[in-house]
Design a protein around this ligand. Structure first.
Ligand code: UDX
Length: 439
């Protein structure tokens, strides 16, 4: 089929390359000319394992092209995917729908024939219904310009796999058994043929699935981090607690790693937007618990700074601190709402001399916090350090030799914010090892 993918950020670029991989002809559209030029030459302007190879493969084969023209996209596509961002509004918890609206406003006037626009962005419930009306009103094709909602669940670092082998597909439709469903089934035929579970539903449910999934994941992380607080107060070990819980199949072990908590471009903003929307709908009480989830998550950052101060003898002023990790999670260069960088910046505010190192996120970190100190390697960051903080669990850090590193630092003190290093190994090499939620 001939598909267009509008918005070539993280979600769109991945979706475009993966749709080409399953056999479609794809035209990617973005309003940023530099981004389009990079993608057209096979370069991905962010780090995602495997994506650059997949993109280059399909640009070379001719199955994947890019444009900045809505007229060209409208002419080309049988189905259009909208993959633009829905960031948090500045100074408000709600989602900013400017880009989502702009896609409809820009594409609709060019739609003269029956066509399908499929929204994939995370939006407040009620958005799809509003957009469907707007699309039919603005398109010359009228009601033959249909909308569907098909939320995306991909994780950064696993984006290709999550797109090509998703846990499930969700189709939100304006009317049951519509032409929209037939088209979506054709688009995803290779995935459906492999037995991928499909839920077809209405707009509101499809929108809510995404919000609910992220709320659940955030809650699971904050649950174990709340247990970490209790462990800290009682001398228990949250990693052993979490392991023991994980053997209960009703609970399961995934998203039960206690540490510095969640960040990134999705979970924090999505739970806030969800609460804001619930308040508009008059059901704010139903989601009051998400406020606690958010608060528990933010408290972990406070605790990390407090522990760092404790380890430095009660005063951060003038202390040299190495921060390992800047990305919000490993295998990503994304620093949006990164707990690691947030802690690094707070330490600097308290007068510490901070040196940050991350395998992939250095450029993005520098852009966001230009005044922080940066080092070219984890060892360089650790040189002369009074304290080393492990804040993003890259494999590279777990592979380092604590014996060799002990010679580089001023004081061999490790604070593990991700419970991902082996305490025995570090203690055996002469380090003081402390972590969140453990004695
Ligand atoms: C998330 C959802 O997983 C995905 O389905 C959705 O589409 C977008 O948001 P992502 O933001 O890529 O994906 O990251 P994810 O892997 O979910 O991790 C989120 C944050 O939680 C990270 O900061 C991570 O470090 C943290 N985390 C995760 C924990 O602190 N503990 C855990 O056990 C798991």
């Amino acid at each position: 089929m001939r598909l267009t993918v509008i918005g070539t950020g993280y979600l769109g670029a991945t979706h475009a390359a993966c749709m080409a991989e399953i056999g479609h002809e794809v035209l990617g559209l973005d309003v940023q000319t530099e981004r389009i030029a990079a993608l057209q030459s096979g370069r991905v302007p962010f780090y995602e394992p495997g994506l650059e190879d997949l993109l280059a493969k399909h640009v070379a084969s001719g199955r994947l092209r890019f444009t900045t023209s809505y007229a060209e996209a409208a002419e080309f596509g049988e189905v259009h995917f909208s993959c633009v961002g829905t960031p948090q509004k500045s100074g408000e918890p709600g989602a900013d729908l400017r880009h989502v609206d702009a896609v409809v406003d820009s594409l609709a006037p060019h739609l003269h024939h029956p066509t399908l626009l499929v929204g994939k962005s995370t939006v407040p419930v009620g958005t799809a219904e509003r957009l469907a009306e707007r699309l039919a009103r603005l398109a010359p094709a009228g009601a033959d310009a249909q909308l569907a909602w098909n939320p995306e669940f991909l994780r950064e670092g696993f984006a290709i796999d999550d797109t090509l082998r998703p846990d499930r597909l969700v189709f939100g439709l304006g009317t049951p058994d519509s032409a929209a469903e037939t088209l979506l089934r054709q688009v995803y035929a290779p995935l459906l043929d492999r037995g991928t579970p499909l839920v077809t539903t209405d707009f509101a449910t499809a929108e809510l699935v995404k919000a609910a999934a992220n709320a659940f994941l955030a809650t699971k992380i904050s649950f174990i981090n709340a247990m970490a607080e209790v462990c800290e107060a009682s001398g228990a070990d949250v990693t052993q607690l979490s392991r023991a819980l994980s053997y209960d199949p009703r609970i399961g072990g995934r998203f039960l790693n206690a540490g510095l908590g969640f960040g990134g471009g999705c979970l924090p903003k999505d739970i806030r937007a969800f609460m804001a929307r619930a308040a508009e709908l008059g059901v704010d009480q139903a989601l009051t618990f998400l406020h606690e989830v958010d608060a528990i998550n933010m408290r972990r950052r406070d605790r990390m700074v407090e522990l760092a101060r404790e380890q430095c003898g009660g005063d951060l002023l003038g202390r040299r601190i190495a921060v390992w990790g800047a990305a919000f999670k490993p295998d990503s260069d994304d620093v949006r709402d990164s707990p690691a960088l947030n802690v690094a910046a707070r330490l600097q505010l308290h007068g510490a001399d901070v040196a940050v190192y991350d395998p992939k996120a250095m450029d993005n970190a520098r852009k966001m916090y230009p005044s922080l100190g940066y080092a070219a390697s984890p060892t360089e960051a650790a040189q002369g350090a009074d304290l080393v903080l492990h804040l993003t669990e890259w494999q590279e850090f777990a592979d380092l030799d604590p014996v060799l590193l002990a010679d580089e630092v001023a004081h061999p003190r490790m604070l593990d914010g991700r419970n991902a290093l082996d305490p025995q190994r570090w203690r055996g090499a002469g380090w003081t090892y402390r972590a969140l939620g453990r004695p």
